[in-house]
Design a protein around this ligand. Structure first.
Ligand code: GDP
Length: 230
């Protein structure tokens, strides 16, 4: 990772804002199983999605610097819900944003009825959530985009929800293989209407890219409203 002083000032500011935001408290609040249970849509909201085992819990834990905040998909319970985390909570009613951990998809052992219920919640959530600024779609660097990822990206495009690809486990492949994966995926994304043009490669284990993702998220929030002085 490059030290901040070697970066241009705008990039250094972005990283500083991200670092500040994620140094604020982050707490799990509740799981939502039905759109009627969603909190008010008056705060900025972002969500994390991806196939089971993509490294979503590890990434959320790395972003927030909390080892056990998000639970892995191998943990029973909380896995079929939209899990809401309050970030930069100042008191019971004031916080910067909602981070939503969406259930991992593509887990073979799920029953058909569970999958149907989950798809319904997902569609209703994505179509109706006005404050949802961006969905970060996690893709395992070693596997690339699979067919159930495609189904999910199609759903996001149809719902016109802005999304950005975050590659996980970027410590695994060699640098040349990583560059090739990035290029292939970049090409696949160009024509997708709701896709953010840039991808972020991360490793929860080694820490790469975590600061870039923090900065990206901070850029979606009005930080001055919650006391940040740039
Ligand atoms: P989830 O099911 O998407 O929440 O995934 P987890 O966070 O539970 O991670 C799934 C598996 O991938 C676990 O065995 C993790 O240790 C591993 N993993 C997660 N992130 C990374 C990473 O950045 N690098 C490597 N090498 N392994 C990771």
């Amino acid at each position: 990772m490059m030290p901040d002083q070697e970066l241009n000032p705008a990039e250094a500011d972005r990283l500083a804002a991200g670092r500040w935001l994620f140094a604020q408290p982050c707490n799990f609040k509740f799981g939502v199983v039905d759109v009627n249970g969603l909190p008010n849509d008056d705060l900025t909201e972002i969500a994390f999605a991806g196939r089971s085992n993509v490294g979503k819990s590890s990434l959320i834990n790395a972003l927030t610097g909390q080892k056990a905040l998000a639970r892995t998909s191998s943990t029973p319970g909380r896995t079929q819900e939209l899990n809401f985390f309050a970030l930069a909570e100042r008191n019971e009613s004031t916080q910067a944003l909602w981070m939503v951990d969406m259930p991992g998809y593509g887990y073979a052992k799920e029953s058909k009825s569970k999958i149907a219920a989950w798809n319904k919640l997902l569609r209703n959530y994505l179509r109706g959530r006005m404050n949802l600024r961006r969905v970060f779609v996690l893709i395992d660097t070693r596997h690339g985009i699979k067919s159930n990822d495609m189904d999910f990206l199609n759903l996001l495009d149809e719902a016109a929800v802005s999304y950005q690809i975050v590659l996980t486990k970027a410590d695994k492949p060699k640098e040349t293989a990583l560059a090739a994966t990035l290029e292939t995926m970049q090409t696949a994304l160009v024509k997708r209407p709701a896709a953010h043009p840039e991808m972020i490669a991360t490793s929860a284990v080694k820490g790469h890219g975590i600061n870039l993702l923090q900065a990206e998220i901070a850029g979606l929030v009005d930080l001055s409203a919650i006391g940040y002085k740039a």
